[in-house]
Design a protein around this ligand. Sequence first.
Ligand code: URA
Length: 214
Amino acid sequence: MAAGLDFVDLPSLSAAVHSCRRCPLGHSRTKAVPGVGPAGARIMIVGEAPGQNEDQQGEPFVGAAGKLLDQLLGGIGLSRADVFITNILKCRPPSNRDPQPLEVEACSPYLEQQQRLIKPEVVLLLGRHALARLLPGYESISRLHGKVIVKDGVTYIPVYHPAAALYNSFLMGPLGQDFNAVKAYLDRVDERRRVLAAAATPVLKPEEQLTLFG
Ligand code: URA
């Protein structure tokens, strides 16, 4: 862990991101974009980097890709209030170019700390950059999208990036299916919880019920 980057909560982490100068993007950005969502979110969504709209507003996914993300979440019964959304990079790369390895390295302590503080049940990796950072050495997004992958005790589901589907409409169907896979995973977790809770609840025999309430 880089010195001074061990945060007690999300607000102190966000404050550090807003004054961060760990890489040149800290000098070229308009606003830093730490991420938004409740500290107790079940789902953490990791995109690539802020674009122009995000850079101006200081919030992730507020442009066209964000609208599509909202629709995809709505389609599986979720809204932004249910998820924590952030990016690999917290500042916009000039002209929306790909994140550079040094920028990713400099920024990654923030993402690691967000994961540690939120402890989400599942981390959605939006697109190839998030996949490459959090599951390095794994296969490509075209092979892994929609699959549940557990690494070091963390559950990940890589999905296509909404911006990729806006660019290539052939990805729209697979992207919808990716989100259905997320819902199926969450439903399985809920079902297992119900089964475990039921198993832990003692079932009273009729004569015991009489002893208690008769
Ligand atoms: N694309 C991303 O990856 N992140 C954003 O915040 C917006 C668009």
